[in-house]
Design a protein around this ligand. Sequence first.
Ligand code: NAG
Ligand code: NAG
Ligand code: NAG
Ligand code: NAG
Ligand code: NAG
Length: 431
Amino acid sequence: MAIIKSLVFAVLLTASTALPPVAVGNTVQKGTASLTQVHNPKFVRNGPLELERTLRKYGAPVPHDLKAAVKRVRRARNQKRAESEGADDDDDDDDENDRGSVQNSPKSYDVEYLMPVSLGTPAQQLNLDLDTGSSDFWVFSTLLKESMINGQTLYDPNASTTADKMEGYSWKITYGDQSYSSGDVYVDTVTIGDLTVSTQAVEAAREVSEEFTADSDNDGLVGLGFGIINTVMPYKQKTFFEKAMPGLDSPVFTADLKSGAPGRYNFGYIDDGAYTGNITYVPVNSSDGFWSWVSPGFQVGTTGSFNSTRIHGIADTGTTLLLLPEGVCEAFYGRIASAKYDASQGGYTFECNDSTTPDFYFGTGNGQMIRIPGSYLAYSKTDTSSLRCFGGMQSDSGVGFTIWGDIALKAAFIVFDQGSERLGWAEKSLY
Ligand SMILES: *[C@@H]1O[C@H](CO)[C@@H](O)[C@H](O)[C@H]1NC(C)=O
Ligand SMILES: *[C@@H]1O[C@H](CO)[C@@H](O)[C@H](O)[C@H]1NC(C)=O
Ligand SMILES: *[C@@H]1O[C@H](CO)[C@@H](O)[C@H](O)[C@H]1NC(C)=O
Ligand SMILES: *[C@@H]1O[C@H](CO)[C@@H](O)[C@H](O)[C@H]1NC(C)=O
Ligand SMILES: *[C@@H]1O[C@H](CO)[C@@H](O)[C@H](O)[C@H]1NC(C)=O
């Protein structure tokens, strides 16, 4: 975390009292904030690990092929670390998962871009992942045993004069069959950009499973789903955005994620300069706690025709890949000459520079389609010497619904309108 912390945080502040009110869409800004992600220098892309992490997040079974692929990746990484340390690492046995956790994890591999967040008084700076696919605000904390920490920055409620323990409260998130995190709950001041919530329920981890310790280079999550799936017991707590909403000019936040560059989140307003054309709003069904919506269909390439098949899915900034129904994956990869389902990777792969790779379009509503450039879909090299890439689009079978992760979200400007429970989609210039 030291490297990240030394970066200059590109936090853009708006609506400072020194500035005159700015008219945005007929209203005047009161509470608004805009902030830019920071790049995680430790991040290394890996398709199978991302896919496995997503399946675990949604409690879906991890297929055998993928399990084996992930095991190979972890082994290779541990071996590499051992070599670079000049250690005599005999890693040909099968137990690397048992010992290949905490200290053995040479690189972390989960979040490419993080958000600097201030907790407590005086401010403790943590780098958190803004996740519209969950609703807990949880952080690595000083309550954790040393063995459960792997370089994360810890929230120390004892060092915050504004922290208050919520006696009798606890939380627990279970990801899939075995990974989980749990702990105590504090109320404290939280600031993201210049947006401050003075009584946020901060879930301080007391226990995290091996997967979280090893695979997390972030210090925690800011859940931006709906509070209905918050895990605090005995009473669910509001998300950061639900707490901030009453003070905002408009009950919305927007995501403008980018390919190969830090993205930007705005709170409380819509920046009309950040997108092109019109914003198309689609209704959201929040009853499962997610930003769940229905896409009217898809198209593969400019020469294809629009396939009107309703795609039920969620917009999830906390997931990297795009998980779509198997039939949609087949339609897409069927158009790439070198594409195949690759059992050794546990997913679809194709030649990274295959010139037959088409763009992928998804419908939102009112005839609008968002174009995902084909280049976004070559996610990561299958290994350093390979010319093949793990596809950014993979099957959602097992999850039961589509997950519009970052690969899709990067192609659009998205309005998360919690006030009206709807999502707004707009095109933007991609570069
Ligand atoms: C706060 O300090 C007390 C007393 O030293 C200790 O028992 C407790 O575990 C600390 N809490 C945290 C969250 O570190
Ligand atoms: C945007 O919406 C307006 C009003 O519905 C319409 O007249 C205009 O053509 C739309 N623009 C684009 C680029 O779709
Ligand atoms: C919203 O989702 C829930 C759970 O998936 C479902 O039971 C309900 O019918 C949906 N509501 C609408 C209006 O589609
Ligand atoms: C549309 O896509 C579905 C997969 O979701 C596929 O089963 C169907 O055959 C496609 N229809 C056409 C006309 O291509
Ligand atoms: C991809 O690149 C490799 C070497 O960089 C080259 O041999 C191959 O022909 C390229 N394939 C395509 C489809 O351009």
